[in-house]
Design a protein around this ligand. Structure first.
Ligand code: SF4
Length: 160
């Protein structure tokens, strides 16, 4: 059995982003992982009940709440989506996730600073935080090669 990977739906070319634009992640390993039926896809924000398109939202550094550009608190929807992502990981025994960097849900190293001025700070999105707390390692499009190396090691161990 191959280890499964939780993946951001927008990486697969689905129009789930806030601006409804598709930004597929083009990497040969994605096709291979799809063929191996490793990928379990989720968009936490859509799963949490938010529409496409939707207002941009950013995590506020002091309160941790997620607020839209017009000051609507969407923390509940973000938390709901994060919990659904975690439930999927538990269901499929997932230890690794590949999520879109800088998203207020999926970012694993950087997020926007909450001021809607296009500034990034070190931090994790709501889903990445929750997954990390439960021992799931989150990778981004910038660290895909590290994930591939870990999966190779895991595959060797699983098939011994
Ligand atoms: Fe992609 Fe995650 Fe944003 Fe959904 S919440 S559009 S999966 S980055």
């Amino acid at each position: 059995m191959f280890d499964k990977i939780l993946i951001s739906r927008c990486f697969l070319g689905e129009n789930v982003r806030y601006d409804s634009k598709a930004i597929p992640l083009k990497h040969p390993l994605l096709a291979l992982w799809q063929q191996q039926k490793r990928l379990v896809a989720i968009c936490p924000e859509v799963s949490g009940g938010l529409p496409v398109p939707r207002e941009p939202a950013e995590q506020q550094p002091h309160s941790g709440k997620v607020i839209t550009l017009s000051n609507i608190d969407v923390s509940a929807q973000f938390n709901d989506g994060a919990n659904q992502a975690l439930a999927l990981c538990k269901k499929h025994n997932i230890r690794f996730a590949l999520l879109k960097e800088s998203s207020p849900s999926c970012g694993s190293s950087y997020i926007y600073d909450g001021s809607f001025s296009n500034k990034k700070i070190v931090g994790q999105g709501i889903t990445s935080q929750l997954l990390h707390q439960h021992g799931i390692t989150v990778f981004s499009e910038h660290s895909l090669d590290k994930l591939a190396t870990l999966l190779d090691c895991a595959d060797l161990t699983n098939h011994q």
